[in-house]
Design a protein around this ligand. Structure first.
Ligand SMILES: Nc1ncnc2c1ncn2[C@@H]1O[C@H](COP(=O)(O)OP(=O)(O)OP(=O)(O)O)[C@@H](O)[C@H]1O
Ligand SMILES: [Mg+2]
Length: 65
């Protein structure tokens, strides 16, 4: 059987706006050929995470592969 591979890896990403830490050590993997969803309450950092993944924002720490 073929190994499931991550097509996106987020490692320990932190992003702040002033004193507000919008992302605090976020890590996740997105698998090839799987549907993944990002859920959370208003203001929990979903859009900020997408903006880090798409390189609109540079994270203060961590990395996106
Ligand atoms: N450009 C910005 N400047 C300052 N604070 C911001 C900025 N963008 C987001 N924030 C703050 O960062 C936190 C995360 O916001 P974000 O928009 O990423 O959340 P979200 O999960 O996408 O929310 P929603 O469900 O309302 O779309 C919130 O406290 C928000 O007020
Ligand atoms: Mg949003």
């Amino acid at each position: 059987m073929r190994m499931a591979a991550d097509i996106l890896t987020v490692e320990n990403v932190t992003k702040s706006f002033g004193n507000l830490r919008a992302l605090d050590g976020v890590s996740l993997g997105v698998r090839d050929r799987k549907v993944s969803i990002l859920i959370g309450p208003n203001g929990s950092g979903k859009t900020t995470l997408i903006n880090v993944v798409s390189a609109v924002y540079k994270p203060e720490s961590g990395r996106v592969i």
